[in-house]
Design a protein around this ligand. Sequence first.
Ligand code: MG
Length: 362
Amino acid sequence: MRTVRLRAGLDRPLGVSDDRTIDARTACLVVVETDAGVRGVGEAVGPPSAVTERIVDERLAPRLAGADPLAVERQWRRLLTDDLYKERKGAVVAAVSGVDIALWDIAGRTRDEPVYRLLGGDTGGTGSLRAYASDLFWDDPERMADRAASYVEQGFTGVKCHLGRGLAADEARVAALRDAVGDAALMVDLNCGYDRAEARRVGQMLADYDVYWYEEPLAPHDVAGLADLARSLDVPLATGENEYTKWGFRDLFEAGAVDYAMPDAMRCGGLTEAKKICALAEAHGVTVTPHCFTTGVGLAATMHLAAATPAFEWLEFDVTDFPLFGSLLAEPLTVEDGRVTLPEAPGLGVDIDVPAVEEYRV
Ligand SMILES: [Mg+2]
């Protein structure tokens, strides 16, 4: 078991709430090899990749040495339960997510089935999943509107933007975007940028523009505040990319704090845990739109989860110029008319393009 740490500088920095910008993106793949010579790849999202590497090397790899890789549930418990009382959220859960996804890749390759079939899914005959364009980062209203219109022209029926720099500045952009995308769904992501009062004022404004969902207006700690917004605003609330495990999502669902749940399979506990979170969502009448803003490995894992989830609605598809998204794969997952074809090859159904990986290796 080992990690592959990657980093790519961005030509065009990505702006989010609170004047924050992202000028480089990183990724951490987890590779697991079995005694039988089957190799699986997963991905861990969240902590700095050096932290994930250390957790994988020192804590997770020794625990799985000699273990049955196909007993995924048992290995998940072996990796997490002993530590869970002191590692309930954060870096260890993210690292385990990467290992868990690699184990599912191994299971699929061993059984000669795509992972979504092992999870009990199908594609309803279409062979593809509907995607929204993610994301439109902070810029002038006109430039954001032009970019949004180009995504709709490409066939996307949903576009997500990043706001969160004050009511007036946000409204100028939402108005321009609504004009630009016409009837397409418009999602707004705040990246935890507001306090309760500001989140309420902005949420009321968003409802006037028929915004599809209002994502992470508040810090993930404020479950009561999210629940209050969900009850009182007309715009539906989305959150969950910063939540971990079924126990964390149970608290969100029981509080009524979310309409669109966004578990990130690379972070919340892997495919094993994400599948359970999706079932919990279904039981609470919550729609699932998995969070996925990372490499093509993570996208493939998310697609298998989505295809096996009755409560699934939208696939997040990265339309920024992120070199690790497509070029990392021997055959990139591409979007056509707003839909992404589900990989049908065994396992996750994606193979790493080794020269491309070496180019971005840390
Ligand atoms: Mg988000």
